[in-house]
Design a protein around this ligand. Structure first.
Ligand SMILES: O=C(O)CCC(=O)C(=O)O
Ligand SMILES: [Fe+2]
Length: 279
């Protein structure tokens, strides 16, 4: 679980920094006191603005988002919902969840997104801007974080389920695939070799995990595919597929795509998780 940053903790950090203690020393004592790295990072990142002279060291990530599968549970308490663990894979790290969203939540997200759909744009890593992408023939839009009640509730649930702060997540993306539409296999991390990537990484660092949630199932087709391992996840309403990638590297085997929809319409919501706070 991510831990909220209390005013007391904030005050303590401020006083420690003001007293000249280094950020690595604070990080170490917070860790010793049981604070998770992600929460510590968030607390320290929030203070950075007030202490511009303090260089916050960014150690190599030691934690990754993901559910607590200790003891091989069939269900996980995600705060306001009991989410099912349907399938897991280690390499690539993939977890398929059931009962992630209610039918009403799926409907509500679709209704709010439908009026704002435009031809999907993918981030153009060569320039850091956005362009139309022929590899992705779905239509899409982004919600702001916490934009409406359903979005806010779902984001809290995802944070609890994947043990990653809400603030480290991008806004929820909604995609609609008409018959024939698809999303060709790709990686969700930003290609370190592309010249536009450093600009993108300034805001929250790399993507480290993805949760694709199915809001409406097509009649045929539309699975989420992982070609490296021959895995196909059926787009069943209310369920979702999580996968994570510790490094922006094909060795993670997280190549994936949305197979062509053959009949009916497929709607998904995608939540991308960054390594740091995404402001
Ligand atoms: O639609 C799908 O099944 C995959 C979506 C996806 O890969 C993405 O949103 O990044
Ligand atoms: Fe993707």
């Amino acid at each position: 679980m991510s831990q909220p940053i209390s005013p007391e903790l904030r005050e303590w950090l401020v006083s420690q920094l003001a007293a000249g203690h280094s950020v690595p020393a604070l990080r170490a004592s917070m860790r010793a006191a049981g604070w998770q790295d992600a929460a510590t990072d968030l607390a320290l990142a929030q203070l950075e603005a007030g202490f511009p002279h303090v260089e916050v060291a960014r150690p190599r990530r030691t934690e990754m988002p993901g559910p607590d599968l200790e003891g091989a549970p069939l269900y996980i308490d995600a705060g306001d919902r009991r989410v099912q663990v349907l399938q897991t894979m280690r390499h690539p790290r993939v977890v398929v969840f059931g009962n992630l969203l209610s039918p009403e939540e799926c409907e509500g997200l679709i209704a709010a997104a439908r009026v704002r759909l435009a031809r999907s744009l993918t981030v153009e890593t060569r320039t850091g801007g956005e362009v139309l992408n022929v590899d992705r023939t779905s239509e899409g839009m982004f919600f702001e974080r916490g934009e409406n009640d359903i979005v806010a509730r779902l984001e809290q649930r995802i944070a609890a389920l994947l043990r990653w702060p809400v603030e480290f997540g991008e806004g929820l993306q909604i995609l609609r695939y008409a018959p024939g539409a698809q999303y060709r296999p790709h990686y969700d991390y930003f290609d370190p070799g592309e010249p536009g990537t450093p600009t993108i990484l300034k805001r929250g660092g790399q993507r480290v995990a993805t949760l694709v949630m199915y809001l409406q199932e097509p009649d045929q087709g539309g699975a989420t595919t992982f070609p490296d391992v021959g895995l196909e996840v059926a787009p069943v309403r209310g369920t979702g597929v999580f996968f994570s990638y510790e490094d922006p590297d094909p060795a993670t085997r997280t190549l994936h795509g949305g197979a062509p929809v053959l009949a009916g319409e497929k709607w998904v919501a995608t939540k991308w998780l960054r390594e740091r706070e995404f402001k």
